[in-house]
Design a protein around this ligand. Structure first.
Ligand SMILES: Nc1ncnc2c1ncn2[C@@H]1O[C@H](COP(=O)(O)OP(=O)(O)OP(=O)(O)O)[C@@H](O)[C@H]1O
Ligand SMILES: [Mg+2]
Length: 757
């Protein structure tokens, strides 16, 4: 026989969950649940919307003990009681005290009601309380503790908001680096325009020091300094995300190290540290790395090189560290003249010219236009492998090489030694990512106009005097205007949450996805915005979302999400996900696994899409190397991967050399290397095998009209999306219809200009 409610143990009836609302309000009873008290502001509901509710599972008990103790509850009665409870004003006020604003209350109420009505057996204590209320032996407010228990499971942050805020208090980043703070460092700022010898002078000091570190913005620059330093007879190691090179060997590190700024070790003391391009502290994505180096490097002397626009901010930051800044100003070593006429036609191109474009499409259009006149071009853009970039630069710089025209993106703004006589801006519009992570088409900044234009006329080369102009006459005044201005002063330096901070967050909110933790962090963090800003975390979140479903320990997940990935490349993203999955299964990512997944060996590109794919594969290998330094055991084949990269670099170089014929092939529909029937190679076999296993053959729309084998392959590989395909078709059709590419580009007149200088 089921016992009646009279038999309910006293202990259970008097449990702390059965305290009445009056007890609570009068404070006559002590209870464990401390209400959260915090200033509320207008943005609280915005903030609340960031907290994703944790799904609450219903009670798994088979036996409904509550019903056995207190009798079965009718759903209609239960609903009546719950509705009455939810309508109580006092309940709302109390819930607010616990940190549940209207937004959270609404979600918690709905969830609580569903939970109570849908669960097979209510928790016994709640069952008893409701039963008491129904029998007139209790008040609806007695449900509150159960409701708040439910709400806390849904929104665990309401119990630890103060802790979270403390963890994300970023108001004094200078204090994060006790080793540097224990010193009074000498800070020297080498300020001046491009080509004024800033880096030269800082490096002179670096090389004569007993120990030193160089922090550069790019792998290419770090490598150049590594080579130069060793050539001067000063042993120097190289540390980049994907590479380590040792002047001696890994067990005997040299006293000097050249590194990319993200990789610098802020626990290692040096005599001299050089931080190049310090103005990049303002970079929305990477700025945090310069801030960290400036505040954190425990060197006796810190030499900063960069735009004068960063002096004030550096001064202010150094006030927080209690250090003086010595500013050394430099003037341009060579003359730079803005021409009075635009280029107007590619037929006016001269030896020593570099045409700067801001999209790959323009690069293709321009290089094809120039080559059509029988002039050979060198091509440089960001996604080319370093070897290809260096080879193209060497070809262009070589006085004995007939190739005297360069077509490049703003990738040439930094890091490459180029002998340019004249810079020609093909357009002044560049896609940028704003603070919200949104893409915008915008006129280039004063700083980048100066940086790029400044590449013309390099000290010590055959073109000591530089010239600059635009392709379109209507852009010339804008350019002149940009170049007469001083670079925009930099007002804030970037910051980024550390792995430790995010780990602490995860400890408090164990059920929140990593990307949500980042959002919460950014929303709760306090930053001294007179000096700092929080860097854009969109790329990090993009990767976090992509691998959220892959089971990984938090540290590993965090590291994976820090990988430098171009999220615009679907193939790279797919491979990244596969890396994460393989890692999660504790399976080594071996050479043969990699070959299978990237379709190695690859053939020479026949079309532009082939080339783009090879560039993506190169990036995938880069990510492999990057991860291999963080997870050595599961990424064991870095040496072979480096060899693969070298081979691939050569294949891409060859593709760039034949760029015009690749463009022609793309337009005339010549199929890619993989589709070339006579030499059906491993690449195709591998790819087919992959297709087969992935069931792509079945799903990839074989009956879609107009899709050739190349298209199928690219679609199947995720390299091409249906939208991209449509876009390409449009472009090909336009090209076939005889569009004069030399006079069109992603025409600025068609694009919204956000800011006019
Ligand atoms: N005093 C010097 N003696 C010899 N070569 C010099 C001297 N100063 C600068 N150079 C050379 O001039 C070129 C430009 O100098 P450097 O790279 O230091 O300029 P920068 O101001 O850092 O410009 P950027 O904005 O390109 O970084 C380099 O090739 C450098 O080696
Ligand atoms: Mg420099």
């Amino acid at each position: 026989m089921i016992p009646t409610r009279r038999c309910i143990p006293k202990l259970l009836r008097s449990s702390l969950f059965k305290l009445s609302l009056l007890d609570r309000i009068s404070g006559s009873a002590s209870y464990l649940i401390q209400p959260y008290r915090e200033k509320k502001d207008d943005s609280s509901s915005n903030l609340s919307s960031i907290f994703q509710p944790v799904p609450i599972k219903s009670n798994p008990d088979d036996i409904n003990v509550g019903a056995e103790l207190a009798g079965t509850l009718r759903k209609a009665d239960l609903l009546k009681i719950l509705n009455k409870f939810l309508q109580q004003r006092e309940i709302k006020a109390l819930a607010l005290e616990y940190g549940l604003d209207d937004y959270l209350q609404q979600q918690a109420y709905t969830s609580f009601r569903c939970y109570c009505l849908e669960t097979k057996s209510l928790p016994v204590d709640l069952h008893v309380v409701i039963s008491d209320i129904l029998q007139g032996a209790g008040h609806v407010a007695d449900i509150f503790p159960y409701f708040i228990r439910h709400a806390k499971q849904m929104f665990p942050h309401i119990e630890c908001l103060d802790d979270l805020k403390k963890i994300s208090d970023l108001r004094s980043p200078a204090n994060w680096y006790p080793v540097a703070r224990a010193k009074t460092r000498k800070i020297v700022f080498h300020a001046g325009p491009t080509n004024s010898g800033k880096t030269y002078h800082a490096l002179e000091r670096f090389m004569t020091a007993k120990s030193g570190v160089y922090c550069g913005p790019l792998k290419l620059l770090a490598t150049e300094v590594f080579q130069k330093t060793n050539e001067r007879g000063v042993p120097c190691d190289l540390v980049t995300g994907e590479e380590r090179k040792f002047a001696n060997d890994r067990l005997n590190p040299a006293n000097h190290v050249s590194s990319t700024v993200e990789m610098v070790n802020v626990n290692q003391p040096y005599e001299v540290a050089v931080i190049d391009e310090i103005q990049l502290m303002r970079d929305q994505g990477r700025g945090w790395a310069w801030t960290r180096a400036l505040l954190g490097l425990p060197a006796d002397e810190i030499h900063l090189c960069g735009e004068a626009g960063a002096i004030d901010l550096v001064n202010s930051l150094c006030t927080t560290t209690g250090e003086d800044v010595e500013v050394r100003r430099y003037k341009r070593l060579t003359e730079l003249q803005v021409e009075n006429t635009a280029l107007c036609s590619l037929s006016n191109v001269q030896p020593g010219d570099c045409i700067v474009c801001f999209s790959k499409n323009d690069i293709y259009t321009v290089s094809r236009g120039i080559e059509a006149q029988g002039t050979e071009v060198a091509v440089i853009y960001g996604s080319l492998p370093p070897g290809t970039k260096l080879a193209q630069a060497a070809k262009f710089n070589d006085v004995n090489n007939p190739c005297k025209v360069l077509v490049a993106t703003d990738a040439i703004g930094m890091g490459l030694n180029l002998h340019i006589r004249r810079i020609i801006f093909y357009s002044l519009i560049k896609p940028t990512v704003n603070e919200k992570g949104e893409k915008e088409m915008d006129t280039i900044s004063v700083s980048s106009a100066l940086q790029i234009a400044g590449r013309a006329g390099r000290y010590g080369t055959q073109w000591e005097k530089g010239f600059v102009t635009t392709f379109k006459p209507e852009d010339l005044n804008t350019l002149k205007n940009l170049l007469t201005q001083a670079p925009e002063p930099i007002t804030q330096a970037g910051l980024h949450p550390t792995a430790d901070q995010i780990e602490l967050y995860a400890y408090h909110l164990p059920n929140s996805p990593l990307s949500n933790l980042m959002d919460i962090f950014v929303s709760l963090c306090t930053v001294d915005d007179s000096l700092y800003f929080m860097c854009n975390i969109e790329d990090f979140k993009f990767l976090a979302d992509m691998i959220q479903h892959v089971p990984l320990p938090l540290r590993a997940r965090y590291v994976f999400c820090c990988a430098p990935i171009n999220k615009k490349m679907p193939f790279v993203c797919t491979m990244f996900l596969k890396f994460a999955r393989q890692y999660s299964q504790n399976d080594a990512l071996t050479f043969s696994w990699l070959c299978q997944n990237i379709g190695w060996p690859l053939t020479a590109p026949k079309t532009i899409l082939d080339l783009v794919h090879l560039e993506a594969v190169f990036d995938v290998l880069d990510i492999y190397l990057w991860l291999s330094y963080r997870f050595m055991d599961l990424f064991p084949d870095s040496n072979i991967v480096r060899d693969m990269q070298r081979e691939l670099d050569a294949v891409i170089q060859d593709g760039i050399f034949r760029l015009t014929s690749l463009l022609k092939n793309s337009e005339t529909g010549v199929s890619s290397g993989a589709a070339a029937a006579p030499d059906e190679d491993n690449f195709q076999l591998h790819t087919q095998k992959q297709h087969y296993y992935r069931g792509i053959k079945k799903d990839s729309g074989a009956n879609v009209v107009g899709r050739g084998r190349l298209t199928e392959r690219l679609l199947a590989q995720g390299l091409l999306t249906p939208n991209m395909l449509q876009e390409l078709r449009r472009e090909w059709t336009n090209a076939k219809n005889g569009d004069d590419h030399s006079n069109t580009d992603s025409s600025p007149t068609k694009i919204r200009r956000k800011r006019k200088p």
